[in-house]
Design a protein around this ligand. Structure first.
Ligand SMILES: [Fe+2]
Ligand SMILES: [Fe+2]
Length: 337
């Protein structure tokens, strides 16, 4: 490899380091960010750092055993899928990071990779406490619906990450918007529906969802918008972005419907999950500067559950108190546009 990849005295001025195609000097200088959103998101991610050991999982086995049979299946199949998302995202970010030429954005992606690994660790801690770790992590081997969702996500990730182009990078960013903003959401809300019955799982999901929705999704939304602004992105590439989110909605609803059709639990109906996923997809499109294309309905019960747990005000656990002020910064504006 060329040494200019590490030290490049004739590289671009740091304030001209574009997201794609720049010639960086090699230095990470947080005092001179080209994009204010990049340092804001980095600081918030850092401030929100948490560890799985902070969640009380001591009663998880007892809690799990008291669930109904259908609730147990929803619990296991939800964590089996969510844990795949985080494993895949950590690997994918390493590939995506290679395409980026703005050093602060690269640093932020590095921190995100650490957080995704932290999420993987948290599933292991939780499922070990629940007493079903190996069974849940291996469910993809026997459950065709789970296997299919994971495969479709992996296929969308793999589709555009190869090569080196602004178009490919933009579509790869779209795959990440889908992961952070769509594929987790029914899983999060299913665990919140179980709620007080599984406090360990619920609290772990609270932490994970805050990382995904308060920082990872805004990071990739800004990356998408910046790539579009700095490069000549054709209408056909934007059309592909719409196709990708349509596919993401299909992937999420297919698995979501499979779960509620086979393991019916109170409060979950097909219309509710369809409206929820459509509303999320419209929101994600708006966040990346595109037009909402899905049928619109009022904010659903499941969305309200997810929102409620994103806010810090309802958190009463002692271990969290020192971090509350940091989470309060979630209201800062990430948008430079
Ligand atoms: Fe994650
Ligand atoms: Fe994430």
């Amino acid at each position: 490899m060329n040494s200019t990849n590490f030290f490049n005295p004739n590289g671009d001025d740091i304030l001209n380091e574009t997201l794609y195609g720049a010639n960086p000097t090699g230095f990470v200088d947080f005092n001179r960010p080209k994009y204010k959103w990049s340092t804001n998101i980095y600081d918030l991610m850092n401030a929100n750092t948490w560890f799985p050991s902070e969640v009380n999982t001591s009663a998880e086995k007892k809690a799990f055993e008291q669930l109904s049979d259908n609730e147990k299946e929803i619990y296991k199949l939800t964590f089996a899928q969510l844990s795949f998302n985080d494993s895949a995202q950590e690997e994918y970010l390493a590939d995506f990071r290679r395409l980026a030429t703005n050093k602060i954005v690269k640093s932020t992606l590095t921190l995100q990779m650490m957080q995704e690994v932290n999420h993987s660790k948290s599933y292991a801690v939780l499922l070990d406490a629940a007493g079903n770790s190996n069974e849940v992590f291996d469910l993809y081997k026997t459950n065709e619906a789970l296997k299919r969702k994971n495969q479709r996500i992996a296929d969308q990730f793999a589709k555009y990450i190869e090569g080196d182009s602004a178009d490919g990078m933009l579509l790869s960013a779209m795959a990440s918007v889908n992961l952070e903003g769509i594929y987790f959401l029914l899983g999060f809300s299913y665990i919140y529906v179980l709620g007080d019955k599984v406090p360990g799982a619920r609290d772990m999901i609270k932490f994970i969802s805050r990382d995904e929705l308060n920082t990872h999704l805004p990071l990739f939304a800004n990356i998408f918008k910046t790539l579009q602004k700095e490069n000549k992105i054709s209408a056909s590439i934007i059309d592909k972005s719409y196709e990708m989110i349509q596919e993401a909605v299909d992937i999420e609803l297919e698995y979501g419907k499979y779960l509620i059709d086979n393991y019916s639990i109170m409060g979950l109906r097909e219309e509710l999950i369809t409206n929820t996923v459509h509303n999320y997809a419209n929101d994600r499109l708006t966040k990346i500067g595109l037009d909402p294309i899905f049928p619109k309905t009022n904010t659903t019960y499941l969305q309200k559950l997810v929102d409620k747990h994103l806010s810090m005000n309802d958190v009463k656990q002692n271990f969290f108190e020192t971090n509350v002020t940091n989470y309060a910064k979630n209201s800062i504006d990430f948008d430079d546009f």
